[in-house]
Design a protein around this ligand. Structure first.
Ligand SMILES: [Zn+2]
Length: 212
């Protein structure tokens, strides 16, 4: 607990000193709470993979810092997730979930807090980037929605929750099992977030050579 607090305080200092944009990544469920379970998959594993992949992509390609509400298989209360993001003064918040209902339910949907206009730009940018990828896999767009969900209500920064396909649908579960597919979806999250936060793209070392 103490070491977490020190890390959070260091991040705030870093943010103030370097004017870094902090992006909070929230992997839904974890530990004793597996979330939805179907077709040999656990929601908590997929959300963690997606959150970590998105964070890595953001850190590698843009000038920003990323904070995770969990970076391993542990249970974290909903209010604690929001507290972490608020505490480090994150600029944007994104929570990852996988839907579940029956074996024919399908598609992708995203949620913001009802009436939150500041979250609308984030939702629109991330939703559009993700659907650009999902269309290629013939995934249905269930739309940009509003809902009074704890993590989007309790976070003070623009917040979004994505429900990425249905774990209960065998066809969609097949896609969720693919590492390459998760990479594409994570990258789409990162690009939508970067657009919203107007993150500055890093020039990679190969490109740099041409400038020198
Ligand atoms: Zn969930």
């Amino acid at each position: 607990m103490f070491c977490c607090l020190v890390k959070e305080l260091l991040l705030i200092r870093l943010k103030e000193r370097m004017r870094l944009l902090l992006i909070a990544r929230d992997a839904g469920h974890g530990g004793t709470d597996p979330g939805a379970v179907a077709n040999g998959l656990l929601e908590k594993d997929l959300t963690l993979q997606l959150a970590l992949k998105t964070g890595t992509y953001l850190r590698t390609h843009y000038t920003c810092e990323v904070v995770y509400t969990r970076n391993k298989d542990v249970a974290v209360e909903l209010s604690e997730r929001a507290r972490i993001a608020n505490m480090v003064k994150a600029d944007l918040f994104c929570s990852f979930h996988i839907n579940s209902f029956n074996n024919v339910s399908k598609g992708f949907e995203s949620y913001r807090f009802p009436g939150s206009s500041k979250a609308l730009e984030l939702q629109r940018n991330v939703h559009t980037e993700i659907m650009n990828i999902l269309k290629k896999h013939k995934i249905v767009d269930r739309g940009m929605k509003e809902k009074n969900l704890a993590v989007v209500r309790k976070t003070v920064m623009p917040a979004l929750l994505t429900e990425i396909l249905f774990i209960s649908n065998p066809e969609e579960a097949r896609l969720l099992r693919s590492e390459g597919f998760l990479d594409q979806v994570a990258q789409a999250h990162a690009i939508g977030i970067a657009k919203t936060a107007r993150l500055i793209q890093k020039i990679n070392t190969e490109d740099k050579k041409h400038y020198l």
